[in-house]
Design a protein around this ligand. Structure first.
Ligand code: OOG
Ligand code: NI
Length: 479
């Protein structure tokens, strides 16, 4: 894993790990001032987490310690050009956050969005345990003819070329922090201040006609290219019981989306990610009108999302998940309630325990010595059966583009009118890696590497030359 070693040895150096924790905490304070209902969400999440821990004890911490979960946030930021994306990538490298995965939301259904995205986050399990702050970063694709005609593409590009989001001093400090694994203490304040300021809402007026023109095509395009700078679109705390959170927020009179996106609630293991949010609220913004006057207007683009995280699925597990969703969607097309259909069919797709998920090769996990083998075997399945090894689930650290598109959609009015007949501009992970000038990591491989490392360590402890991973659906084989 490529995360630089933190420079803990020198007292006057602040490590990227510590910088990341401070960056996340400051963004949280900033977003609370910008969107006060967010603080409510954080407070209620913390209460729910404390209650879950009281009720379930240490089992509640199987997928992360309470201190990790309490500080845990993901943010969403949207930028306009490859250049803006590359610069943001440099800033995030200062915090030990690296790009993982490629998401193309342009073909999300039922609500295509004209962006492609990646998630910047720590890679190393120890780094994730310290502070897992992640940022879902999307870049507009103004050349995509399904959304924008040639004239609009040109206008968007001209508008975006005229703005500069990340000052040179910020980039210098960030590059230094990234290459040295931290910064001298006397420079950290400046780095953090500039980094947070680059994601703060400005009160520079918005050109009303230009904003509305873009919003007709896509609200997200307007949120990106209709405004003079970028900002945090949302910041999301993690909660250990999202159904309880949803009920408590609703009881406080906060208007939540009806649905929790992702897998259903059930009495088996949570997988992947479940998310919901409160509806976007009116926010006052200064608007410049065509006659040149500036008045206060209202925009509604930012919302408060909350999430619960489950175990990471292998490709085989992901297939089950997709099939589960597809079955429920088919039932909904036949007039059934989607949520009901999903809950009813779920047990046909997933076993009821983490152990079974592990043994069937559906979920990623690490293996640890739990006792002495009762026979000479190198088989993982046999060692698990003998209790010589136990499985520990690996938490899902990434995103679900389908749910993401659902949340985009439900929170924005004027969903846009993508013309399907025109050509998409080609964008893929290789394109994104080229823009960022750094490799795009693969979440499946990162998890598989953790499994392999744990098996090697366990084999060493048991005095075996190796352990053979003979699970039925294991994936992928690490190179
Ligand atoms: C990002 C949407 C993705 C999530 O939680 O899935 C996301 C955005 O709205 O810009 O944040
Ligand atoms: Ni989000």
């Amino acid at each position: 894993v490529t995360a630089p070693e933190p420079l803990e040895s020198s007292v006057s150096t602040v490590s990227t790990t510590s910088l990341r924790a401070q960056f996340a905490a400051r963004l949280s304070r900033l977003y609370a001032t910008e969107v006060p209902a967010y603080q409510r969400l954080v407070d209620v999440s913390e209460q729910v987490n404390a209650d879950v821990l009281r009720k379930h004890g240490s089992a509640a911490e199987e997928l992360g310690s309470l201190s990790r979960v309490t500080a845990e946030r993901h943010g969403a930021v949207r930028v306009g050009t490859p250049d803006e994306l590359a610069r943001l990538g440099r800033v995030l490298a200062a915090f030990g956050m690296h790009p993982v995965g490629f998401y193309d939301l342009r073909d999300a259904s039922p609500a295509p969005v004209p962006v492609v995205s990646t998630a910047f986050r720590p890679l190393d399990p120890a780094e994730l345990a310290q502070n897992p702050f992640r940022l879902f970063v999307s870049v507009l694709v103004p050349e995509d003819r399904r959304f924008f005609d040639r004239a609009l593409t040109r206008q968007i590009c001209a508008f975006l070329d005229g703005r500069s989001l990340f000052p040179p001093r910020l980039l210098d400090l960030a590059d230094r922090a990234a290459s040295e694994g931290g910064l001298p203490a006397e420079q950290t304040e400046e780095l953090l201040r500039l980094a947070v300021a680059s994601l703060e809402l400005t009160d520079e007026p918005i050109d009303r006609a230009w904003y509305d023109r873009l919003a007709q095509v896509s609200s997200v395009a307007a949120d990106i290219a209709g405004v003079p700078s970028t900002h945090i679109n949302h910041l999301t705390p993690r909660v250990l019981d999202i159904d309880e959170l949803h009920a408590r927020m609703s009881a406080l009179g906060i208007s939540m989306l009806d649905r929790i996106e992702g897998p259903p609630r059930w009495d088996g293991p949570d997988v992947l990610l479940r998310q919901t949010s409160f509806r976007a609220l009116d926010e006052k913004r200064r608007m410049r009108h065509s006659d040149g006057t500036v008045h206060e207007g209202v925009l509604r683009v930012r919302f408060g999302e909350v999430e619960a995280r489950g175990v990471a699925l292998t490709a085989a597990g992901r297939e089950r998940y997709e099939r589960g969703l597809a079955d429920a969607a088919a039932a909904a097309a036949d007039g059934q309630d989607f949520g009901h259909a999903l809950r009813t069919s779920w047990p046909q797709h997933f076993p009821r325990t983490h152990g079974e998920l592990a043994v069937e090769g559906l979920a990623h996990c690490t293996f640890h010595v739990g006792g002495q083998p009762t026979s000479s075997t190198k088989s993982l399945l046999a060692l698990l059966e003998q209790g010589a090894l136990t499985a520990r689930p690996i938490v899902y650290e990434d995103f679900l583009p389908k749910s993401a598109a659902g949340i985009f959609q439900s929170n924005l009015h004027g969903g846009g009118n993508a013309a399907r007949e025109h050509d998409a501009a080609p964008r893929d992970g290789q394109w994104l890696a080229g823009v960022l000038e750094r490799p795009l990591h693969d979440d499946q491989l990162l998890c598989a590497q953790q499994t392999t490392d744990s098996l090697r360590a366990a084999a060493g402890q048991l005095g075996l030359p190796h352990i053979t991973d003979d699970r039925p659906l294991q994936w992928p084989s690490t190179p």
